[in-house]
Design a protein around this ligand. Sequence first.
Ligand SMILES: Cc1cc2nc3c(=O)[nH]c(=O)nc-3n(C[C@H](O)[C@H](O)[C@H](O)COP(=O)(O)OP(=O)(O)OC[C@H]3O[C@@H](n4cnc5c(N)ncnc54)[C@H](O)[C@@H]3O)c2cc1C
Length: 644
Amino acid sequence: MATEDTKAKDAAMALAEEARETEWKFPSFTAEMFRGNFRWDLMHPYPEQDPEDKKIGDELIARTKEILEQYVDPFEIDATGEYPKEALEKLAELGLFGMKISKEYGGMGLSQINYARMLSFIGSYCQSTVTWLSAHQSIGVPQPLKDFGTEEQKKKYLPRLAKGEISAFALTEPDVGSDPAKMSTTATPSADGTYYLLNGDKLWTTNGPDSDIIVVMAKTPPKIKNGKEIPQITAFIVETNWPGVEVAHRCKFMGLKGLSNGMLRFNNVKVPAENVIGKPGMGLKIALTTLNTGRLGVPAAGGGGCKGFLDDCAWWAKNRVQWGRPVGEHQAISKKIANFAADTFAMQAMVFLTCSFADRKNADIRLEAAAAKYFCTEKTWTALDDLLQVMGGRGYETAISLYNRGDRPFRVERAMRDMRVGRIFEGSSEVMHLIMAREAMDTHFKLIMPIIMPQKGQKESKFKLIMNAAKFYISWYPKTWMPANTNFNVKHLNAANRDHLVFCAKTCKRLARRLFHTMAKYQAKLEYEQILLGNFVEIGTHLFVMAASLAFAEHLLAKNPNDQTPQELADLFCKNARQHIDAQFRAVKKNHNYLYRKVAKNLMDGKYAWLANDIYDGVPPKYRDYAKNAPKPHKVEDMQEAPK
Ligand SMILES: Cc1cc2nc3c(=O)[nH]c(=O)nc-3n(C[C@H](O)[C@H](O)[C@H](O)COP(=O)(O)OP(=O)(O)OC[C@H]3O[C@@H](n4cnc5c(N)ncnc54)[C@H](O)[C@@H]3O)c2cc1C
């Protein structure tokens, strides 16, 4: 019998499903790949930035550098936890709070490529600065207004935001993070429909405590459709100087010490009805659409962060001599630094390709943006960890301490603290996996789910649905066994890199086939096989990055055939990726995934308490009253049970 909690979960799932975008002019490379089609034509020739556009980016980067050097001291920000007000003013004077706002509303109207270049440049210098700017316009009010706002809203708010009034995006709450559909902040419409009363808490709102104009997602009264209650979430523009908006707490984190972030409390805040973005009920769609492009800022900033370390990495590996050799010549270290370079190249290839996709109107970049966010933040973390290891004790020491004792101030310790959150915010890595898995299964999902899990009120008969599915699979499935088209129009790649391209095309078909077999085996239970789905997502992501790296290498070689270094980086990345892909296929075939579930459940049930009965639990006595604020244990009978 469905409990209240499972009903709520189904409603939340239905809402999230309804909020997915479905209409696109340009298909997604990655979605096509999951169907077995290797669409090299979608990424080759690798897009070249328009020279005029590039000039705009180059000039802005040069002017930004001057401001950063003069007003932003990342070492001091990290030590004091204070972000200088003057720096914000100077960044605003330069127009950097309007990078994504179009010129007609007083902004710079940068292309996504130039925006990514800016984030990447600033990110290589100071991650706190880049987060202020990115939260403001990658996800703050400018982005949803651009996509969904009315002309009046744009005219009223965008010029103010472009000038430097600060924005933020308030979705997360103490009880909802990855699953925002179940939020509890409410917006109750007035009887005459002219305003809403906003009530609730929003947690971890970046820029929130110092913001002026923010976007808030809140629950509005449910709609009734076919006798069923459909929950509604609506997006509002809220000015933080309105009565009832309060900063309940300023949050501090392991890194990003210069961030302004907090818990915002809304207490009967009167929001005019004209401040609804889009239509009532569109809030979740607006939030998810905003995040689709918005989250591209994270890999751009992170990729820039990694590029910023290439020089440190090369210098150290060459100049630090131990056991009679530069440490970079010891093979264990050469592997790490070589991978650092190849991964940085791959990140650049992927991010700039995806940004150029985003610059096309109505292109489906959901999968690519999720893959870029996932891949780059994960790779950044492992790459920085390797780099720290390469630098030994100096990697662990703070930059300022190194400097004060007369050493080169490596920033890798701070970078690890600053950049770790990339795997969590704007959709965690696990949620990126879910998004990609959902989209990867889309074709099968649409054909098969109505047969195995018919919805109430479904119009078509089961027989008709089976016939439709059979018609599709009779022509599609045999194609996944046919040889892949490997006639690529590439002139510059060497034999090794061409071979990688052939591997991509063939593996696409293998991926589509195996995905289909797995779907047929697990049917509706596949949703719960996250590790298996994760293996497929890993394969898809790595094929995408391989292809992007090869297209990027081909592009660079065409421009400068005498420089073979892009080939080497692409080759190393692809060789590593192929090993990784092979391991994923093996894990699909033979694994012990059942054991993770069993051991995890036993752990949660306290069955391994004996393992830790001789330690101190870590919380000193005076802090033990924390339990009153922590998540409350859920009743087991209210939880959704995973199938056996
Ligand atoms: C520094 C910082 C800045 C932030 N800025 C903002 C902001 O500006 N605006 C805003 O609205 N939010 C912001 N957030 C919130 C951020 O987006 C959330 O932290 C994130 O969405 C994850 O939610 P959570 O932390 O509640 O984790 P939870 O949702 O509680 O998840 C805990 C763990 O479980 C995993 N998990 C959850 N569900 C699933 C599932 N179905 N399958 C598999 N794994 C799952 C998660 O990946 C995570 O590893 C910020 C957070 C931080 C730390």
